[in-house]
Design a binder for this molecule. Structure first.
Ligand SMILES: [Zn+2]
Length: 162
């Protein structure tokens, strides 16, 4: 191959830009959140929310399309437990929208569904982890990714692939 051709070939190859630590962490965090969400939805299969209907009966939504994984304690303010599977609940798109549209109603539904004890337990878990918790390191995120990947496999064999 002539030198010209070699250069031409080299020039066509995508340039590998070295990722910054920040970018690696951002990508790993997104990947872990994707796995976390898939684990939650694979486990729950349908909308878990319970609410009171207009006759005063407690009903569960059980919608099984347009499902999303909801953080019981939000990931922005409770990052230490953002990948904890106990901190997730499957909710349909219709009701997840209430989180912004009517936060008080949404919060009541979460408490009705999960119970205040569960939320307290998550807060305690967060407090324990938070001691010394700053931000996840790349090693932390790689470990979490491996854990969630294995967990997803297990959930898929127990409940089926979504
Ligand atoms: Zn629902």
């Amino acid at each position: 191959m002539a030198d010209d051709e070699k250069w031409a070939e080299w020039d066509r190859k995508p340039k590998s830009k070295k990722k910054t630590t920040k970018q690696i962490k951002k990508d790993l965090t997104a990947e872990c959140l994707r796995l976390w969400s898939l684990c939650i939805r694979t486990r729950d299969r349908k909308c878990q929310l319970e609410f009171m209907d207009d006759k005063g009966r407690i009903r569960s939504c059980s919608e099984d399309t347009y499902l999303q994984a909801h953080h019981l304690l939000g990931k922005r303010n409770h990052s230490a437990i953002m990948f904890d599977l106990d901190n997730g609940l499957t909710i349909c798109r219709n009701q997840h929208f209430l989180e912004k549209a009517n936060p008080a109603v949404f919060h009541n539904m979460i408490i009705r569904t999960e119970g205040i004890d569960k939320l307290d337990e998550l807060r305690r878990r967060e407090i324990n982890l938070k001691y010394g918790h700053n931000k996840f390191t790349i090693d932390d995120l790689l470990r979490i990714k491996a854990y969630l990947t294995a967990k997803l496999k297990q959930l898929q064999s127990d409940y089926g692939v979504l």
